[in-house]
Design a protein around this ligand. Structure first.
Ligand code: MN
Length: 263
């Protein structure tokens, strides 16, 4: 007679992965490979590149879900749609945390408002553990060490499981595009700011009609010590704790006075 298997202390965390680069993205594959040791991985990601989708839901057309592989799904929607679906009815079980990425490109400062990568993590804030967005600071000619970003994600997930953080926290993580062993370490940062974006690029379609391309993000403006920009420029992994509440609490009194309502 065989004895029932006994596996004490086996950690079975259910981690939901998503991204905004689409389900075929190399960064997502690297992330899935790196986090498998923690338990069950489910991937729900857009069917195509939705970079810049921000925190948007698709409400005018239905969402369709395809299955690329075991526990690997793609959705005809935004990153937010993907995570929303995954935690609101696509599955008959609950996930414990969301990890989004590894994005092909930095999400620093103002980028977080436009980022689908960050939005996917934020959409996971209703789960019981902090959500993480991981971005690799690539440019057009950089080598794209996605495995570095994935290893950093693994380090942070291990750290969260060992020492839980406030479950409403979202960690926005930016990783220099270099081999893991060449990272200088991890550092807590605040978001910096960019200058306004480059102008839109005016062009014409084959029929001569005017079209526009949204221009590049603006150059860094507030990028001094303590910011996410500064950390990655110095070779550190930037870890910025984010919150969903955009209220400028310090201004409540001033706005009350401005409105003529005594504080
Ligand atoms: Mn992207």
């Amino acid at each position: 007679m065989s004895r029932p298997s006994c596996q004490p202390d086996v950690l079975l965390v259910k981690i939901l992965l998503s991204n905004d680069d689409g389900y075929r993205a190399a960064g997502l594959r690297a992330l899935a490979a790196a986090l498998g040791e923690f338990g069950a991985i489910t991937v729900v990601a857009p069917d195509r590149n939705r970079t810049g989708a921000g925190h948007s839901l698709t409400l005018d057309v239905p969402l369709r879900v395809g299955k690329a592989d075991e526990s690997f799904y793609y959705v005809t929607g935004t990153p937010t749609d993907c995570v929303h679906l995954a935690i609101s009815g696509l599955f008959d079980f609950e996930h414990d945390m969301v990890v989004s990425g590894v994005n092909d490109g930095a999400n620093l400062g103002d980028d977080v408002l436009y980022s689908g990568t960050v939005a996917a993590a934020i959409e996971g804030r209703f789960l019981g553990l902090p959500a993480i967005a991981v971005s690799l600071c690539t440019d057009t000619r950089s080598p794209r060490h996605f495995e570095t970003g994935a290893r950093v994600a693994r380090d942070l997930v291990a750290r969260i499981l060992a020492r839980p953080l406030d479950p409403t926290m979202i960690l926005n993580v930016n990783v220099p595009d270099r081999p893991y062993d060449e990272l200088r370490g991890l550092i807590a940062t605040r978001l910096g700011y960019r200058h306004r974006a480059e102008p839109v690029v005016k062009s014409h379609d084959p029929k001569g009609r005017t079209v526009y391309w949204v221009g590049a993000a603006g150059p860094q403006q507030d990028a001094g010590p303590g910011t996410d920009f500064h950390a990655v420029a110095q070779g550190y992994v930037s870890v910025t704790p984010l919150q969903v509440d955009l209220t400028r609490h310090a201004a409540l009194g001033d706005i009350g006075s401005w409105l003529g309502v005594p504080p």
